[in-house]
Design a protein around this ligand. Structure first.
Ligand SMILES: Nc1nc2c(c(=O)[nH]1)N[C@H]1C(S)=C(S)[C@@H](COP(=O)(O)OP(=O)(O)OC[C@H]3O[C@@H](n4cnc5c(N)ncnc54)[C@H](O)[C@@H]3O)O[C@H]1N2
Ligand code: MOO
Length: 401
């Protein structure tokens, strides 16, 4: 049986980018940026008025001049027409370009305007008071966004700022989801006492939607070898096949045998982890990568987070799935030699609180969780405040540094 680290190394070896594509910015939400982005000009591009008010020369103020002639009103998007000279000022609007000679703006609230004159009230002026200096945010040519990077709302806004109407992003794999099991029924169907609703299909769909991936095939199949063979052979036309259930040791667990018959090379079957030990990862003759995830709800989620997402991050130009090292807030013991993943809540202190649960069949264990944490195979006891590996559920908010 492979260790977790060996399994991840094997997966890294067979995964990488599917190439890049150029898309409209409107479609870029949550996609992974594949090009570095540089400032096309200085930001701000001119000395920008930060307040509605009156722009003067600070030297005039220091000379004691308090009443100024308004020589021009400057609105946004237009240059000033007249040069500033001593005793004069501009009336200026927030966001307008402040001409070079003006080096302080006094707010409208601190002014008394009459006719084309204004009397200003203020204490000592700061140099460039209420003016955002050209280039103070970033200079032309400076690196603003470094790929790969998830297109969060802030990233999208910056792309728009620098005039990227289209952007290069990593291509996504074509995905098939196949859930299995005689006992599994759709949430819409009637249910008998010994049946279970198909939560994992919805879990997998939803996890993939965070990657903006809509499966090209999403179906359920009973524990019937021939039916499974027929659906799987169609699924192998995609890039990434995610199967759920029927992968362990039971008489109805046909997935490993069917995959073998279809020529899928097993990269590994069973990894010394909990939950998710029965996981199988293989590679088809077509090149498709097959993840057969165990059926228990927490095993399905956990193996998606640590294996499928690792693969998806590698398809998106990342080396690995983002993780963080954070302190665990309670000691924790285990008796087995497996690497264990358990749900944790991230507290205000930045520490991780393990969430108690019965086992990988629990359906509520992860609702309060912000991610999974890892207890390494050899570590039978985690001590309070020990740094442990955290796998956040939504790593876009935790960009790797
Ligand atoms: N003799 C052994 N038995 C088991 C082993 C083992 O190593 N030796 N491993 C155990 C572990 S660990 C797990 S996890 C499960 C995984 O089994 P399968 O992947 O074959 O999954 P199933 O047997 O089909 O289902 C397990 C469990 O999950 C429920 N399930 C399945 N599909 C769904 C779905 N789409 N939505 C919601 N729930 C689902 C299913 O009803 C079962 O309760 O095997 C252990 N056994
Ligand atoms: O993966 Mo199993 O979840 O240990 O029950």
């Amino acid at each position: 049986m492979k260790s977790f680290e060996e399994a991840i190394a094997i997966l890294s070896g067979i995964s990488g980018s599917f190439g890049k594509e150029r898309i409209y910015l409107e479609e870029a939400d949550d996609r992974i940026l594949a090009e570095n982005i540089y400032a096309d000009r200085d930001y701000p591009p001119f000395n920008r008025a930060a307040m509605d008010g009156y722009a003067i020369m600070q030297e005039d103020w220091e000379k004691g001049i308090r009443t100024y002639k308004i020589i021009e009103t400057i609105f946004t998007g237009q240059p000033a027409r007249y040069a500033l000279s001593s005793g004069n000022c501009y009336k200026i609007m927030t966001g307008a370009a402040t001409p070079e000679m003006a080096n302080a703006i006094i707010r409208r609230e601190d002014a008394e305007e009459s006719e084309n004159q204004v009397t200003l009230r203020a204490g000592a002026l700061k140099n460039y008071q209420n003016i955002a200096l050209k280039g103070e945010d970033s200079n032309t040519g400076s690196l603003l966004l470094s790929a790969p990077l998830k297109c969060t709302p802030q990233v999208i806004a910056l792309l728009a700022t620098v005039g990227k109407a289209t952007v290069e992003v990593y291509k996504r794999p074509k995905v098939a989801i196949i859930t299995t099991g005689d006992e599994i029924v759709s949430p819409a169907a009637g249910i008998s006492p010994f049946q279970i609703r198909n939560s994992n299909q919805y879990l997998l769909r939803s996890l993939l939607s965070q990657w903006k991936i809509r499966p090209v095939l999403c179906t359920h199949v009973d524990d019937h070898k021939e039916k499974l063979t027929s659906i799987l052979s169609a699924a192998l036309e995609t890039d990434l096949v995610i199967i759920n259930g029927a992968v362990s040791a039971g008489d109805a667990d046909h997935v490993p045998a069917v995959l073998q018959e279809l020529g899928v090379k097993t990269l590994f079957h069973k990894v010394s982890i909990r939950p998710g030990k029965p996981i199988l990862i293989g590679k088809a003759i077509s090149g498709a990568i097959v993840f057969a995830l165990p059926g228990n709800p927490l095993s399905c989620l956990s193996t998606f987070i640590v294996f499928v997402e690792h693969y998806l991050y590698r398809c998106s130009g990342y080396e690995a799935r983002p993780i963080q090292m954070l302190p665990v807030l309670k000691s924790r013991t285990k008796k087995h030699p497996l690497t264990e993943f358990f749900p944790v809540a991230l507290g205000h202190s930045g520490g991780l609180s393990p969430i108690s649960f019965n086992g990988s069949g629990d359906v509520t264990a992860t609702i309060q969780a912000h991610g999974l944490a890892m207890q390494p195979a050899a570590s039978l006891q985690l001590h309070k405040d020990e740094l442990i590996t955290f796998y956040p559920f939504n790593p876009s908010f935790y960009s790797p540094l």
